[in-house]
Design a protein around this ligand. Structure first.
Ligand code: CO
Length: 498
């Protein structure tokens, strides 16, 4: 779709403009090509100690043969891989050959309806996250137990070759899943699991929702073998995108939404558009004991909508959870193109801290910072533990809703902040914190983030020194092309596929 050309910068009232909508929208174009090359256009220097592989998933195609998706979350998954070794970096990207992708590319047109609004004729769907929906495998990617898995919360993961990124096929986790079974795109890694003698373990969940929802927790050892699995019923419809963990709990925030499937069944709206936020209902915080034996606890909390949690930890009989919370949930109406979205009328996500007392069952919340933020990251050793530093994508201005153009470092002990800005023509995705080998301080490491550079219509991988965001980036790796805005990724210390 043609992008309207406009150099008008957009700002909140009385603040300096920081971006133009046409610049932002250009980052939502499909990337049809698949590349494989050494990155040689670099400003600064790649630290030689930075060894490993950056994987990121996200929609690669925002159209199928010219038919645009209605929402970027409906775009087929594409993996970006950047391998770092000895101060050099190698780039490759591949579209994931899911069954739906292959069929639609062959047909030259969409054959499925998307969860978030892409409407095309094709079968009635009885359950939003259950049957006959296209598995687009576009949300996250993780290398665990020798498997590279692309994840989407509506169905099973797709396994890829970590060297070539070729699609191997759906993966059922050694029989844990059956075809079509959901497995969330938001696993967490407990760096030192108390139940496993301090070994790391991967914790993930599946949700089967309805008038009552079933949440299944699954935990895996570093070899990818299942350690624990247990299923729990919770009342009500549950839209659960993410989970936080502590040594003893898996923690969910059940958003106050009503799912009204009638318009979806009639084909008038997508499943995602039938989620309705109910401002009169409280959020519920669900704590599932990781041992699978103790009682599930459900506490009421301040009304809000949450996609992502930053971290959680325990302190005596209290549990703390830091999350990106929105005052309400908005969908893109069927007649609006997402590239023309009105940011100013959107609801920004802000960083909240929930404090739960498990004895009195009381909860309270505080807004840590008002700034519009998304995509939190932290030192992987601090997952589930009290921590000091959080890094997160943020808007360039302190108030209002806007695209992510800056990286914010929050010192949660002192309240100090640092900001690195890519505004006015740079747009950021999810940052990843990578610890410096041998480093001791919690912020001793790098932040890796993909930035869409509208001025050059290409993307950069920016490497920042996490100890001081006021410094110039350590390196900017200019890619030969753009990468559409993505979702989540991960970093593995293994250098895969050089
Ligand atoms: Co997510």
């Amino acid at each position: 779709m043609p992008i309207k050309d406009s150099s008008t910068l957009i700002a909140q009232p009385n603040l300096t403009p920081t971006y133009s909508l046409s610049d932002w929208a250009k980052g939502h174009q499909s990337l049809y090509d698949e590349h494989d090359y050494w990155i040689d256009d670099i400003e600064g220097q790649i630290p030689p100690e930075l060894q490993g592989t950056f994987f990121r998933n996200g929609p690669g195609l925002l159209d199928i043969n010219g038919y645009s998706v209605h929402h970027p979350f409906d775009g087929d998954g594409m993996i970006v891989k950047i391998s770092f070794a000895d101060g050099r970096a190698h780039f490759s990207n591949r579209h994931i050959r899911t069954a739906g992708f292959v069929a639609e590319q062959k047909a030259g047109k969409p054959l499925y309806r998307g969860v978030f609004g892409t409407q095309k004729p094709g079968g009635f769907l009885a359950n939003i996250f259950n049957t006959k929906i296209k598995n687009i495998a576009n949300t996250n990617i993780i290398y665990w137990g020798d498997k590279l898995l692309a994840m989407w919360e509506g169905a099973e993961p797709y396994r890829l070759d970590p060297y070539t990124l070729e699609t191997i096929g759906p993966d059922y986790l050694d029989g844990l899943l059956k075809p079509g079974d959901a497995w969330s795109a938001h696993p967490r890694i407990d760096p030192h699991c108390a139940m496993d003698g301090g070994e790391p373990c991967l914790v993930n969940f599946s949700v089967k929702t309805g008038p009552t929802s079933k949440i299944t927790i699954s935990e895996f050892n570093p070899a990818g073998q299942l350690l624990r699995k247990h299923t729990h019923s919770v009342p009500g419809f549950a839209f659960l995108h993410d989970m936080a963990i502590t040594p003893n709990y898996c923690i969910f925030v059940q958003n106050p939404v009503i799912f009204n499937p009638l318009q979806f069944l009639l084909g008038l709206r997508s499943a995602g558009q039938c989620l309705q936020f109910n401002p009169k209902q409280q959020s519920k915080i669900i704590l599932i004991p990781r041992n699978g034996q103790d009682q599930v606890q459900i506490l009421e909390a301040e009304t809000c909508f949450i996609f992502h949690h930053a971290n959680a930890w325990e302190a005596g009989d209290e549990v703390f959870i830091d999350s990106v919370a929105y005052d309400s949930f908005t969908t893109i109406d069927p007649d609006v193109d997402f590239r023309e979205i009105d940011f100013e009328n959107g609801v920004p996500g802000a960083l909240w801290r929930f404090r739960l007392n498990l004895t009195t069952k009381q909860t309270e919340h505080e807004v840590i910072d008002q700034r519009c933020v998304e995509f939190p990251t932290l030192h992987p050793e601090m997952v589930g533990r009290p921590y000091r530093y959080l890094y997160i994508g943020a808007a360039a201005q302190p108030t209002g809703n806007a695209p992510l153009q800056t990286l914010l470092k929050l010192d949660l002990t002192t309240g100090k902040q640092q900001i690195w800005s890519a505004a006015p023509r740079g747009f950021l995705g999810e940052p990843l914190f990578v610890p410096r080998p041998g480093g001791n301080a919690e912020d001793d490491g790098w932040l890796l983030v993909l930035m869409y550079d509208a001025a050059h219509d290409r993307s950069d991988l920016v490497i920042l020194d996490a100890t001081d965001l006021n410094r110039e980036p350590v390196a900017r790796l200019h890619l030969k092309h753009h990468i559409p805005y993505g979702l989540h990724g991960s970093f593995t210390k293994l250098v895969v596929g050089l």
